[in-house]
Design a protein around this ligand. Sequence first.
Ligand code: SF4
Length: 450
Amino acid sequence: MNRVHIKTYGCQMNERDSEAVAALLRTRGYRIVDDENDCDILLLNTCSVRDFAEQKAIAKAENIAVRKRRRPEFVLGILGCMAQNRGAALLDLLPDLDLVVGTQKFHTVAGYLDNLRAARQAGIPLAQPIVDTAEEPGSQNALADHILADRQVTAFVSIQQGCDMQCAYCIVPKTRGDERSRPMDAIVAECRALAARGIREVTLLGQIVTSYGRRDYAHTGGISPFVQLLERIHAVDGIERIRFTSPHPRGFRDDLVAAYARLPKLCEHVHLPVQSGSDRILSAMNRPYSRERYLELVAALRTARPGLALSTDIIVGFPGETDADFAQTAALFAEADYDMAYVFKYSVRTGTPAEPLGDPVDEAEKERRNQELLRLLEENSRRHTAALLGTVQEVLVEGPDKAGRRYMGRTRINRVVHFPGTEEQIGRLIPVRIDRVTPAALYGETVPAQ
Ligand code: SF4
């Protein structure tokens, strides 16, 4: 009765939260299993960014509830953003739930499961399901353990939670709460411990990482707390690469741009969410930058680190977006020359500042705008990928690929490369000459180090 499967929806932050919950459950004697059909406890760690994501998790829970009715001792829980967003109201939709745990209460899951199991074993029916979505000061510090696979070389490290920005379309401030940062010393110690366990690349995670520590640490010599943290992780022996997500363009001041010129472990891949290329729509979205400032930033980053790859998030069809606004977005999209973009058609999220604006842009028009950006992205992607042919890329070797015929790793700009490798290369940075490219991956041969 102690086999737990955690199914995760949504972003890398959710992946990391699930990993931390799993690590905690393991220390409490639970077994974490990969097969959702062969478990005693199923936890859905959910996403609320779009209504579609919530509906997917609800459909899954309904499906599992059928199984639960045949096996009453089975435990079904919903964790994370949708639990926070909907709270006890989820029980109206899903009366078979045992557990609803919000984003500041992940660390309580093990205790609640202990109680549920003890009650079941004693034959005591619970008066009602457990619902805990309270805010908890310091909860961002509660989970720092990792479950690392054999010879794992990359890891996520959570550095802050929540967001104070109130972008008009975004549910995150409601589901993740106010900005809260972890202590710098604890994050650096976690990176050191990961390096000692073989981790070579860390991705720092938070809802708005560039705001890290702004209320807790002073700027020193014009250096923000986030860049101070990057400097300290950069000094950790064994950590060879640093990435971060998700930042805000507002957080890219001169010190962070300059960090790309002086911190070689900082990978030259920046995810820089723009959302719109129209100043009018940016203002309606409550995004505090202009298209001009954004493009200046892109140019400054590319000057600081030539070859930098850029990705972004864009919303098409935000309320009030006209053809002229969209034309500005398409022009910015072309000018920024993105390697990758996540394009979303706007949909209303209940509880966001934009909710009262409704959803006036016609669905067909949204789809047309979506397709136009995807076509531009495909052109960019083909061009950027073709430019890698014949080049030598530094690859961090992760292990055998899924087919088991080659080894795989990632370039500094996060492109997957397959090549003939050896087990001894796992965790090492090796040069690979790219001799074949597809939209999804690169293929090559190792070359002697220069
Ligand atoms: S900065 Fe990001 S997480 Fe924060 S409100 Fe805006 S979109 Fe949401």
